[in-house]
Design a protein around this ligand. Sequence first.
Ligand SMILES: [Zn+2]
Length: 146
Amino acid sequence: MARSTEVAKETLSYCTSCKMDLNHIVVAMKGDRIAKVQCLTCKKEHVYRAPKGITEPPKAKKSKKKSAEGGEKTDTSIEAEWTKLMETHREAPMKSYSMKGHFTLGDKINHPNFGEGIVGKLIYPNKLEVIFKNDIKVLIHGGVQA
Ligand SMILES: [Zn+2]
């Protein structure tokens, strides 16, 4: 069995001058390893370097898709949640939102800016997480009545 690499044989190596993987002639061996090579392209002799992989793809650009359509997916799920909640709390009376009002879980709130919403979470001591049709907002209120 002939050895695959020996002096004067061609081998692929990374050329430090050309800065790419190129065919080199083996100039010197060190045991079983290639010690020195000569670049067939620039004719320079240099220490053998393992090929870096010929197709080193340029770092994938983080393509931020600025698609306005894609951003609406979240809204859609909020809207679905909102629709479900409105349906569940159909019987609950609509309360007008006021910072001094007292609201509790499941209350329907009519907010002058955000429209109709449902209290989805109470945040101690005086905040509400309200699910509106297009957004979830944290509102301040007068606190839960004891
Ligand atoms: Zn070279």
